[in-house]
Ligand binder design. Structure first.
Ligand code: SF4
Length: 335
């Protein structure tokens, strides 16, 4: 919980506290921010990226303390990759991911036992809990991200394996469609967990139709967590880093309607004033969990470090981390 004395501090004063603490802590501390964080958090961060990129940066930095401005599974992943050698701190301990919460290890193990699992390999999206990643590690499985899910699934299908895919059903179907699988092949080759991202689920085909009818020149660019019907109508689909890159490399004057989290879309629009950029949906698709981390939370954990107090450390149990790392290593061998 954020102490009352921090709740009363303004955003501006909190930013000053963060900058002051950063100066005093020097190289001991490194602040990471996910692309979906608020602007004021992105502005004070040492690095910005998607979850895997940030975990790799966390592993490469020499800093002892990693302040991970994101959600719980991301801080866990950073701790797993770092093998507990650095102190990973989540400024707001209540910042979870609803999609990751849709696959609890007890349900996953029960379902795995219920299916005829001998031909299946489990693959979990990085947006999942550490125990689910460890389950994949233990069962010859893999982690995947939205940028390499196609490579992982292609590799497994090529080796005549079936895939137990979790937790994001949309990512599973959109990837299978990208690989050219028919509906019956998807049914045969994939066991799909029924999880989803509540933010990306808000995008609808009617929004695509409305925009295209008004102006057929608008390019529809979507994240693979959107529903398959929306992905089917899109011109481009890819991970967060792909979305940023595609718009950056696009020609001056081109038009884009983007289906992903609103903070990121607004930032892309500001960085590309020579292009016309809009969010695909009219109701604002914001991740309320990503938005939980405020400058006050960051100021609190950083000023605590100045007093040698570690608040909200995310530490994954040793064996869970070891098994999860096996699944990450297998992923990295392929992608
Ligand atoms: Fe989870 Fe979706 Fe929020 Fe990402 S945007 S943290 S997947 S709920």
């Amino acid at each position: 919980m954020l102490p009352n004395k921090y709740k009363a501090v303004t955003h501006e004063a909190s930013i000053n506290k963060i900058l002051d603490a950063k100066k005093k802590l020097g190289k001991k501390v490194f602040i990471l921010a996910h692309h979906y964080q608020r602007d004021e958090i992105v502005e004070i961060a040492d690095a910005v990226g998607d979850s895997l990129k940030l975990s790799k940066i966390a592993a490469a930095t020499k800093s002892k303390y990693i302040i991970f401005c994101g959600v719980h599974f991301m801080a866990e992943t950073a701790d797993i990759i770092n093998k507990g050698k650095k102190v990973v701190i989540l400024p707001d301990i209540n910042a979870g991911c609803p999609m990751a919460d849709m696959a609890e290890i007890e349900q996953v193990e029960k379902t795995w036992m219920q299916i005829d699992n001998k031909d299946f390999i489990p693959v979990t999206y990085i947006n999942s809990k550490a125990q689910v990643k460890a389950f994949c590690g233990k069962n010859n499985g893999y982690i995947c991200t939205s940028s390499n899910a196609d490579k992982i699934l292609h590799h497994l299908f090529k080796n005549n394996k079936k895939v137990f895919f979790l937790p994001d059903k949309n990512l599973g179907i959109n990837t299978a469609n990208k690989l050219g699988l028919s509906k019956s092949e998807i049914k045969k080759k994939l066991f799909l967990w029924d999880g989803y991202c509540p933010v990306h689920m808000l995008f609808k085909t009617e929004q695509v139709e409305k925009i295209k009818q008004a102006d057929p020149e608008v390019n529809i660019l979507v994240h693979p967590e959107v529903p398959p019907q929306v992905a089917a109508k899109a011109d481009f689909m890819g991970s967060t880093e792909y979305i940023i890159d595609t718009v950056q490399k696009a020609k001056k004057g081109t038009k884009w309607a983007i289906a992903t989290e609103v903070h990121l879309v607004a930032r892309i629009a500001r960085k590309n004033p020579d292009k016309h950029i809009q969010l695909l949906s009219s109701p604002v698709c914001m991740c309320s969990m990503m938005d939980r981390t405020s400058p006050q939370h960051v100021a609190y954990v950083m000023e605590s470090l100045l007093q040698n107090k570690i608040i909200n450390r995310i530490k994954v149990e040793k064996n869970t981390a070891r098994l999860a790392n096996l699944a990450i290593k297998r992923m990295l061998q392929i992608s």
